[in-house]
Write a protein that binds this ligand. Structure first.
Ligand code: FAD
Length: 325
């Protein structure tokens, strides 16, 4: 591991001052992802800014029913109101990692974590995300875990966060703070697709710190569900996951959200599936049609055709289970 300077600011103002001044400074929260990258020589920052003393670990309910969750809030979520009013969020967090890792990990770190693509994590392979312009070993290599949506000729890596998928289903907003002030980034705009610049993964600007994630009060959020399909029952990233949320009035779907994980370089909204559901009664036939529509635009490679069928099955099952609640 390379040596680095460690800052431990005591206020958000002090943290963003350091991030503004020190251009190569990297934020560290729980360290569950970043420390592995440092250890393996994938990340080599000269300066780390530890944000664990900033008091950003609180959850605050608003009068309008929405909630603001601090970026340092633990992934070992234990808020019964959150579980009741945003089940998809709590279920996604509980589906991630192990109890020990969840206890260290934070929400801000979770949505900012780097891909688990093996070619990114092993410096001996070419990776445009780790070393821009070096090539992509995954394109010629084992593509079984790679993305089927939103890829480019530069990168096919999958975004690993369960939480980020759930946040797209509840219209979450990321709050970012810099020396210039605070701004809101809708979750739909937070992650970037790779294009020619796969090393740029989010719309967070240099010098910005995530301070909170806001969940607005929306009728569909309360009737929501996260389903994760993986190689083994615990401690594994999603092969395919679905976050579904439906606002049903008078038997028909007024608003639908279907977001997918494990299949794209960013949490993926299956808008064609949402369109199929909207305005209809969520019968088995409609759910089946939505599940098929969820793979509209999929472009699997030679090794990951199976993900197309998995998406259909996971979406169908997630919507069916939601209907049984
Ligand atoms: C064995 C293992 C299994 C796992 N399984 C899963 C899983 O199934 N599902 C899943 O979703 N995750 C999984 N994870 C990932 C884990 O949840 C993340 O590592 C964790 O959520 C990251 O949070 P952290 O606070 O430790 O972030 P850190 O490691 O401290 O930081 C991660 C990244 O976020 C940035 N960052 C952190 N906080 C902020 C902030 N406030 N503002 C701006 N940038 C910030 C850092 O600069 C860094 O780039 C697993 C991890 C391990 C080690």
């Amino acid at each position: 591991m390379e040596t680095f300077h460690l800052d431990r600011p005591r206020s958000v103002a002090e943290a963003v001052r350091i991030l503004h001044r020190e251009k190569d400074a990297t934020v560290i929260a729980g360290g569950t992802d970043l420390v592995t990258l440092l250890r393996d020589g994938v990340a080599t920052p000269h300066r780390l800014v530890d944000v664990s003393l900033l008091g950003l670990d609180r959850i605050e309910w608003r009068r309008d029913g929405g909630v603001r969750i601090g970026a340092l809030y633990s992934n070992a979520v234990a808020d019964s109101r959150l579980a009741r009013e945003y089940p998809v969020v709590t279920e996604a967090l509980r589906a991630g990692a192990s109890a020990q890792i969840r206890g260290m990990a934070t929400l801000g770190g979770n949505i900012s974590q780097r891909t688990r693509c093996r070619y990114f994590r092993l410096p001996e392979f070419a990776c445009n995300k780790r070393a821009p312009g070096s090539g992509c070993s995954a394109i010629e290599g084992d593509g079984s875990g790679q993305a089927i949506f939103g890829t480019s000729s530069s990168c096919t890596a999958v975004h690993p966060s369960d939480l980020a998928v759930a946040l797209r289903a509840v219209d979450a907003v990321v709050i970012a703070q810099s020396q210039r002030g605070s701004r809101e980034i809708p979750m739909d705009e937070f992650h970037l697709l790779p294009g020619d610049t796969p090393h740029r993964e989010t719309t967070l600007r240099p010098g910005e710190l995530i301070t909170a994630i806001e969940l607005p009060a929306r009728a569909h959020s309360g009737h929501s569900h996260y389903l994760k399909f993986r190689d083994r029952a615990s401690f594994a990233f999603a092969l395919v996951s679905a976050a579904v949320a439906l606002d049903i009035r008078g038997g028909a779907v007024r608003t639908a959200r279907v977001a997918l994980g494990g299949v794209a370089p960013a949490p993926w909204r299956a808008v064609a599936a949402e369109r199929v559901l909207t305005g209809k009664r969520p019968t088995a036939e409609v759910i089946d049609a939505a599940a098929k529509a969820a793979t509209e635009g999929a472009r699997p490679g030679k090794d990951n055709e199976h993900k197309v069928e998995l998406v259909r099955r996971v979406v169908r099952r997630a919507l069916t289970e939601l209907g049984q609640r």
